[in-house]
Design a protein around this ligand. Structure first.
Ligand code: CU
Length: 211
């Protein structure tokens, strides 16, 4: 039998978890040793395997069970942190800012570096024919220009051996180039996957609606 003890510092509340192994299935038995405290918080620092100093019995069992039931939810709430993106843009670039808003709306955490865009582009290995208005770095990949967040997510999931993605030029209708000023106009464009040798292939095609 395995016994685990949990204590919440300064409240005097302790609890003992006993895991028994009868036949046929293991059972979990939860006992509150020390009643009276209003809440129980279990975490990695307050769960230990030695018995606490004192023990009496009963109550607060429901609170303990609730705390245990909520534990996975607490983990979820603190779950995967947002993916961080470094962006280099010139201070006057408005469409760059609109692309940043698009990335933030899709769950990325964006850090903006003003200026040094050309230097960052060269450093990250974006060929000149793939250049656009801003350059970004996410998960070790370079992202050049108005690449849709969904393609960045796919890239991070598939993890190809590559420099990164680019939407060369400034395609009208791409994220950040789709503000009301463009009246819903979309030009066709392709997101390109840039290989480590600098060559590029179509990663995702987008249809336009302009006649
Ligand atoms: Cu732009």
């Amino acid at each position: 039998m395995l016994s685990l003890y949990a204590a919440r510092p300064h409240t005097g509340l302790t609890a003992r978890l006993q895991i028994r192994h009868p036949r046929p299935a293991p059972r979990l038995r939860l006992t509150n040793i020390n009643p009276g405290a209003p809440e129980v918080v279990f975490n990695q620092t307050n769960v230990f395997t030695e018995p606490p100093m004192k023990s009496n019995s009963s109550t607060s069992r429901r609170e303990l069970l609730m705390a245990l039931a909520l534990l996975p939810l607490a983990r979820l709430a603190h779950g995967a942190p947002p993916i961080e993106v470094q962006v280099w843009k010139e201070p006057t670039c408005g469409c760059c800012g609109d692309w940043i808003k698009h990335m933030e709306a899709n769950g990325f955490k964006v850090f903006v570096n003003l200026g040094g865009t050309n230097a960052a582009r060269a450093r990250l290995g974006i060929p000149q024919n793939m250049a656009s208005c801003h350059t970004a770095l996410v998960g070790g990949y370079a992202i050049e220009g108005h690449v849709p967040a969904r393609d960045v997510k796919r890239l991070l999931k598939e993890k190809p051996s590559a420099i990164g993605l680019s939407a060369p030029g400034m395609p009208i209708g791409s994220p950040g180039m789709d503000t009301p000023a463009y009246n819903g106009k979309k030009n066709p464009y392709s997101v390109m996957l840039i290989a480590k040798n600098g060559s590029s292939t179509v990663y995702q095609k987008y249809e336009g609606n302009a006649s």
